[in-house]
Design a protein around this ligand. Structure first.
Ligand code: SAM
Length: 287
């Protein structure tokens, strides 16, 4: 999968993707992260990307022209076999909330993802209205720029791609996944050696090698922890499933017509939940 990031701070991304599973996935050719400097699509000698807001007020707003030029140019370079395979996302505090289900959908789509990072007071609204397929917020708080949000989205989606995690099934047991310990629960707690530390012992059941008992214990521990820390995630208080990702409208942006999304699944087609009926309990191998 190819991730594109459009930013005025390309150097910001020298750190976040240089470690761990995302770095290994890039080295293995499973994914590619292309950072694009918005100033490369300016026409003036000052490489101006922002201007004062109409109507007055504080701060500056990112201008539409370089963003449209950049996106149209990057999208046109998408794979020749299917130039439409690119989802354009504006990162914005006003967007719909990003969560695991959205990440699963983006990973399952297997389209290129182009993330536009805003700055200052934000981005000229015509980008949201006429260029982006989607407007995404990573939480109900305001960041200084979209770069951190882009890094969050890329990291979350990347670990769901086939082959990125050492153990193909480990994402299925992560918190919020429908396929692991139960529908959308938190992951179960984990312990490692030593079996006793400062008098605190790990649960005996994890040491006995009985895989069936271990699975049952983990499921119950995940449910207990979810009920205690995130009661909003338990079945009784769970909201209706998230809607499908918005499908780009014809003409919303040049050459961008989304292929149909997979049926209303909350899991990417790319990995299967681990069987809980046989074999040892699933562990995680990463970093
Ligand atoms: N005036 C804007 C508002 O109140 O909604 C905030 C602009 S913010 C300082 C600058 C940029 O940071 C935004 O254009 C967006 O790209 C990014 N940003 C801020 N908060 C975000 C969030 N929660 N999720 C995603 N992007 C965010």
């Amino acid at each position: 999968m190819i991730f594109h990031v459009l930013t005025i701070f390309p150097e910001f991304f020298e750190g976040p993707f240089a470690h761990g599973v995302v770095k290994r996935a890039q080295d293995a050719g499973i994914l590619e992260i292309r950072i694009h400097n918005l100033r490369d699509w300016t026409n003036d000698r000052h490489q101006t990307v922002d201007d004062r807001p109409f109507g007055g007020g504080e701060g500056m707003v990112l201008k539409p022209e370089p963003i449209f030029r950049a996106v149209e140019s990057i999208v046109a370079r998408a794979p020749a076999a299917n130039p439409a395979r690119c989802r354009v996302v504006l990162l914005s505090a006003q967007g719909r909330l990003f969560h695991q289900t959205v990440a699963n959908q983006l990973a399952a789509e297997n389209r290129e993802l182009l993330l536009i990072c805003g700055r200052y007071e934000g981005v000229d609204e015509r980008v949201a209205e006429h260029l982006a397929d989607d407007e995404i917020s990573i939480g109900n708080y305001v960041l200084s720029g979209g770069e951190l949000a882009a890094a969050v989205v890329i990291d979350t989606v990347a670990r769901l791609l086939p082959g990125v995690l050492g153990n193909e099934t480990s994402a299925a047991f992560d918190s919020f996944q429908d396929s692991g310990h139960g529908e959308g629960l938190l992951d179960c707690p984990h312990w490692t050696r030593p079996a006793e530390f400062r008098g605190w012992k790990v649960p005996e059941v994890l040491l006995n090698g009985n895989h069936q008992e271990i699975r049952r214990f983990r499921r119950e521990a995940a449910l207990e922890k979810t009920t205690r820390l995130r009661p909003d995630l338990t079945a009784a208080s769970r909201p209706a499933p998230a809607p499908q990702l918005p499908v780009p409208q014809a003409g919303a942006s040049p050459g961008l017509t989304a292929p149909a999304l997979s049926p209303a699944s909350h899991e990417p087609a790319s990995y299967q939940p681990a069987s809980r009926a046989e074999g040892p309990p699933q562990g995680k191998i990463e970093n």
